[in-house]
Design a protein around this ligand. Structure first.
Ligand SMILES: Cc1ncc(COP(=O)(O)O)c(C=O)c1O
Length: 403
């Protein structure tokens, strides 16, 4: 009896500590998370508590949210199939729509086949833990997304991390790995907090040299990298060199879900051995149809990719000219370095007061002293909207003591 009271108290203490921490931020008027968005128009204007703001925190890089072709595809899927599936894919949940989406992804990514799961997070968990297990080695960039880290931990494989985008350190890890163990290297294509790009050519060379397989998470590179938005292999002009091409359907693709594309026999294995496929429900019809239509829209409207590149250049150059440190970004994810957490909070407070919707990233998500705004720009912003945001950022930066 006494024992269970103690255990219960531990839970209560944990819950109270979390709530106290959140309360402190709310009481200082510095809580910016989970704000209810009442209206989204064109993906770049949001209404929050009755106020219209310009959105600079969207991952809808090509501005496809609300695209009429994609909306129509989702509506037609609901009319045909309803709103859900019968459960897991393997038993009664696979629809013709799932096959069509997977064929579209495979073609888009230049792969033999593809398989989808219910989220990008789940895709990383299940793909890594299906590919590697005890006695294998999984090698990750230090700044990889949390879902990759969680997949590595779940797998039970020997988990090794190399310094961010440091190819000498990657080589050191590969050299030190047990030569008998199967080796999987996992990297982000575009790093989600910094906006920089992995050195794919060198990573591929090292994987080949040391007999490792390569998995690349393209959450922030589909629609963003490459002349026509096909991602990191197109960006580097390398052809099909990645063994596990992972991506999400929740950012550039305005839906939900995740995918792995690659060799047909590997994808077949995932359809029979990955736990998220076997034990979790299929993508709803509307989301599968929307995702398929979105890949087709990217190919039909390549001017969006070029517009995104122009907008990213304008935004990054403007921030730099104002005196901000945008770290090592080369993409539409633009960190605006603030330093201490409080400065990032103050900066956001001023930006939001001036109707620019942007959010802070503070420790422990990033190292202490490197708190930042994680601003994003999309193809749907006009040059005038970007200029307006730059003006607000500059004013806020001066008030927060960053400039
Ligand atoms: C690099 C990266 N991988 C995976 C995910 C997870 O994707 P999803 O939001 O579709 O679950 C995210 C989402 O933030 C991400 O940034």
């Amino acid at each position: 009896m006494e024992e269970s009271v103690t255990v219960g108290d531990k839970f209560n203490t944990r819950i109270r500590e979390w709530n106290d921490r959140i309360d402190r931020v709310v009481d200082s008027d510095l809580y910016f998370y989970n704000q209810p968005i009442e209206e989204l128009s064109g993906g770049v204007r949001v209404r929050v508590r009755g106020r219209e703001m310009l959105m600079f925190a969207s991952y809808g890089y090509l501005g496809l949210l609300g695209h009429p072709t994609i909306n129509a595809a989702a509506q037609a899927a609901v009319a045909e199939f309803g709103t859900g599936t019968h459960g897991v894919r393997m038993l009664a949940g696979t629809l013709t729509l799932h096959g069509e989406l997977e064929q579209t992804i495979a073609r888009f990514k230049g792969a033999e086949d593809a398989v989808t799961f219910s989220s990008g997070y789940v895709t990383n968990l299940t793909a890594i833990s299906t590919m590697v297990g005890r006695h294998d080695t999984v090698i990750c960039d230090k700044l990889n997304h949390a879902s990759i880290v969680d997949g590595c931990l779940l797998s039970g494989a020997n988990f090794v991390r190399f310094k961010h985008n440091d190819m000498e350190d990657l080589e050191r890890c590969l050299r030190r790995a047990d030569p008998q163990s199967a080796k999987l290297v996992v990297v982000d294509a575009v790093f989600s907090m910094d906006g920089d790009i992995i050195d794919l050519p060198r990573t591929v060379d090292l994987c080949r040299q040391y007999g490792a397989w390569l998995m690349v998470d393209e959450a922030h590179s589909i629609g963003v990298l490459g002349e026509t938005g096909h991602g990191i292999e197109e960006h580097f002009g390398l052809g099909s060199v990645v063994d596990l091409k992972m991506g999400t359907l929740s950012k550039t693709i305005p839906s939900v879900g995740g995918y792995i594309a690659g060799r047909a026999d590997m994808i077949r294995m995932f359809r029979h051995a990955s736990r998220a496929f076997i034990f979790s429900a299929a993508l709803p019809p509307a989301q599968a149809a929307a995702a398929k239509a979105a890949f087709e829209v990217i190919e039909a409207e390549p001017e969006r990719v070029e517009q995104l590149r122009r907008n990213s250049r304008q935004f990054i150059a403007g921030l730099k000219a104002a005196g901000f440190d945008t770290m090592r970004t080369e993409t539409a994810i633009v960190p605006v370095l603030c330093g201490a957490d409080e400065r990032a909070y103050t900066m956001v407070q001023y930006c939001q007061r001036d109707d620019i919707f942007v959010l802070p990233v503070v420790s422990p998500a990033v190292p202490e002293g490197l708190a930042r705004l994680r601003a994003t720009v999309t193809a749907a912003h006009t040059p005038a909207e970007i200029d307006r945001a730059l003006e607000v950022f500059s004013r806020a930066g001066k008030t927060a003591g960053i400039l």
